[in-house]
Design a protein around this ligand. Sequence first.
Ligand SMILES: *Cc1c(COP(=O)(O)O)cnc(C)c1O
Length: 219
Amino acid sequence: MEIAQNIKKYQSKLPEEVTLVAVSKTKPIEDIMEAYKAGQRIFGENKIQEMADKQEKLPEDIEWHMIGHVQRNKVKYMAPFVSLIHAVDSLKLLKEINKQGKKNNRMISCLLQIKIAEEDTKFGITIEEAKSILDSQEHIEMQHVKVVGLMGMATLTEDENQIEKEFSFLKKHFDIFQQHNPSFKVLSMGMSGDYEIAIRCGSNMVRIGSSIFGERNYN
Ligand SMILES: *Cc1c(COP(=O)(O)O)cnc(C)c1O
């Protein structure tokens, strides 16, 4: 019941141009179905195997987003159905996604994950590395991946100025990429704790987990 109410709350609260990814990692099928019945269709997972298991059991019209770090050898398990991969951080990975996209006769949409946080525990690449991936001949020739934007995670801190600075940095570079790259549409930033700041800074996709489904238990 609470999950449905939370989904409805976000549906009415988020600006129309902001897409909600309901982050269901570690949560059971029943919880996802509750959100689904409240109208939610986009779900985010951070483990490929878990996402593939859930995808098999849940309605076909769900759009599955891989929001976590991707291991190249597991791309094949999600290639048949994944709708957006948020955290691409190398040309090698993009090549594997392209290869698996080809096998499945699909175009797979991806975001490049930019490291904007100060902590060194976060994954991601620099703006310069993103630019060099996008400009590479190999990327230009890929026919089964489409890079549609950027993703970033801000530092986990109480300091809102810090978070705002990091999100604004990403938005600035997103706009610059967009000028040269007509397929750039998605700027994925913002989670339960910082999505309001992210939206203020120009995010158009937020990834919200715990404030919809409750705290996660990792056992
Ligand atoms: C878990 C996760 C989220 C959701 O985090 P909450 O704080 O629970 O909203 C968003 N993005 C990524 C990449 C995650 O791994």
